[in-house]
Design a binder for this molecule. Structure first.
Ligand code: NAP
Length: 249
């Protein structure tokens, strides 16, 4: 009997914000399934090169590419370069994100611009540019990384939650628009995942409200993304898959 496995051999994936945390784990997971992975970063080039080195030393294929997803022109140029080098982009993971927590009365407009800009504008710019190449090949998998707070809200995270909620609407609309063209669009909503973004949160206090009794690790999210990008997920589009150990039910 043939064993079920995730085989993405020969595919090209772009993962935004992959220099660390969840994005780095997604890059490693997709590379382990056979993808050539473009590891995007904004400022941390050394970390991104480290992710690339770790993939290559495990026998995988990757390259680092720095660009700010909020800047439409640089996204366009970067995607054009990736497509002309590899002649395809099969997978896009819109993972880049910024969280600046604060009460409504204390949130600055610049924080709002950065959170919405990274989540919504960034995902839109990457999707619209990459979809151009996916449409030509009639194949693509797009996964947007949202958050459980985009579904349920959280005090002190009004703008971050709104930015993440915007990705849900974007995911569902893009899924409807692109489904007949062989492109599936889904979202993954992590709960509390142990990364730089959550380093200032007291994990012990959270354990009591996470039913599985542990915080999430970046690999917990990465496995679900790999599943959605594989043939195993070929009848799923427009969905938000929650990965939170039962935190949000
Ligand atoms: P993280 O450790 O803070 O990493 C953020 C990544 O995003 C970094 O690689 C960063 O690049 C990149 N980035 C930020 N702004 C960017 C921009 N404008 N252009 C390109 N790259 C940019 O965050 P994380 O915890 O791994 O989170 C990854 C995603 O999961 C985010 O969308 C976040 O909202 C979401 N999420 C996280 C959690 C959690 O508990 N950690 C829960 C739910 C959802 P540089 O290193 O170059 O700065």
């Amino acid at each position: 009997m043939k064993k079920l496995s995730i085989d993405l051999d020969g595919q090209v994936a772009l993962v935004t914000g992959a220099s660390r945390g969840i994005g780095a784990a997604i890059a490693r997971a997709l590379a382990s399934c056979g993808c050539h992975v473009v590891v995007n970063y904004r400022t941390n080039r050394d970390l991104a090169e480290g992710v690339v080195d770790s993939i290559r030393s495990s026998g995988g294929s990757a390259e680092a590419k720095g660009f700010d997803v909020m800047n439409g022109e640089t996204v366009k140029q970067a995607v054009k370069e990736i497509a002309s080098t590899h002649e395809r982009i099969d997978i896009l993971v819109n993972n880049a994100g910024v969280s600046k927590d604060g009460l409504i009365l204390r949130t600055r407009e610049s924080d709002l611009d950065e959170m919405l800009g990274t989540a919504l504008k960034g995902s839109f710019f990457c999707t619209s540019n990459v979809a151009r190449y996916m449409l030509k090949r009639h194949y693509g998998r797009i996964v947007n990384i949202t958050s459980v707070v985009g579904l349920g809200g959280n005090a002190g995270q009004s703008v971050y939650s709104a930015a993440k909620a915007s990705l849900v609407g974007f995911t569902k609309s893009a899924a409807k628009e692109l489904a007949t063209r062989g492109i599936l669009v889904n979202a993954v909503a992590p709960g509390f995942i142990d990364t730089d973004m959550t380093s200032n949160i007291d994990k012990d206090k959270l354990l009591g409200v996470i039913p599985v009794g542990r915080v999430g690790m970046p690999g917990d999210v990465a496995g679900v993304v790999a599943f959605l990008c594989s043939d195993l997920g070929s009848y799923i589009t427009g969905q938000v898959i929650v990965v939170d150990g039962g935190l949000y039910m």
